[in-house]
Design a protein around this ligand. Structure first.
Ligand SMILES: NC(=O)c1ccc[n+]([C@@H]2O[C@H](COP(=O)([O-])OP(=O)(O)OC[C@H]3O[C@@H](n4cnc5c(N)ncnc54)[C@H](OP(=O)(O)O)[C@@H]3O)[C@@H](O)[C@H]2O)c1
Length: 254
């Protein structure tokens, strides 16, 4: 398959993915009747779904729009959907073509995303290769073998940026309570999260092992870690992810 795709829904995710693909010289067509802004010159704007020429379509509309869009779509295309909680089975009820589901996350907007990807059993290797190439433009990829695993992906990495943002906000507030200026405190919090994320990525040890580096006996960090554990930090995070999984399952059934 050529490096070309039609993006349906040019919102936050659709436009971000388009930008990264375009940087890698992909040919981009866009269908979004509600987008009134200027598209980059090298993009093709489509006025009807029926005019789609590319073999692959990236569906970036809200979950509630999916059925309507699929019903109007030309047949025999490979549809790649990033919609949360819309199952392959429900999409196949209205569209008989290859369907691939992907769950990206917001850091994709700066090329630092991670996408969970599920290929139905019948999806050929050429299409798999195409999808992996496409989503590697916006960050890392993990492939899941069961569609139901996408609930956990949604709860961990899909919703995950909000958990980290909450952590950053809490650290920022703690710094302000300790007397730091808010902007200084924010910079300290964000740079700490960014640096630690990169350190964890480069180090071969587990995060659990790495904590030992900063927890000297009787020191400041062990005092803080003890307080976090006493406050139920780990179980709170695990409960949060479980709640997100439950909600994802509920949404997929509604
Ligand atoms: N944002 C995330 O972090 C994230 C992460 C993972 C997955 N997703 C999934 O990605 C999808 C898009 O999310 P988003 O945050 O990019 O939403 P968004 O910014 O609202 O983008 C959706 C775009 O599709 C347009 N649209 C609506 N109906 C359409 C139609 N019938 N045909 C073509 N375009 C249509 C919307 O126009 P109007 O705004 O004018 O309606 C909007 O420009 C969702 O299904 C979401 O579940 C998002």
């Amino acid at each position: 398959m050529q490096n070309e795709v039609t993006i349906v829904g040019f919102g936050k995710m659709g436009s971000a993915i388009a930008e990264f693909l375009s940087q890698k010289n992909w040919k981009i067509s866009v269908f979004d009747p509600y987008f009134s802004g200027e598209l980059p010159q090298n993009f093709t704007r489509l006025s009807q779904l029926a005019k789609i020429q590319t073999p692959a379509i990236l569906l970036c509309v809200k979950p509630v729009e999916i059925t309507k869009v699929l019903q109007e779509m030309p047949s025999a295309k490979t549809v790649i959907s990033i919609a949360a909680g819309v199952s392959t089975e429900s999409m196949q009820q209205v569209y008989q073509g290859n369907i691939v589901r992907v769950m990206p996350n917001t850091p994709a907007r700066i090329g630092f995303g991670i996408s969970g990807i599920y290929f139905g059993k019948l999806v050929e290797s050429e299409i798999r290769k195409f999808c992996l190439q496409l989503f590697s433009c916006i960050g890392e990829i993990v492939e899941v073998s069961k569609e139901s695993d996408l609930h956990a992906v949604t709860a961990l990495s899909g919703s995950g940026p909000a958990y980290i943002e909450l952590m950053a906000a809490a650290l920022e507030d703690a710094g302000v309570q300790a007397g730091l200026q808010r902007d200084t405190s924010r910079r300290l919090a964000i740079a700490t999260i960014r640096g630690t994320a990169e350190l964890m990525r480069q180090d071969t040890r587990s995060p659990q092992e790495m904590i030992h580096d900063v927890t000297s006996p009787g020191g400041t960090t062990i005092a803080a870690i003890s307080a976090l554990k006493k406050g139920g930090f780990e179980s709170t995070v695990q409960n949060a992810v479980n709640e997100a999984i439950k909600r994802s399952i509920e949404i997929s059934k509604s």
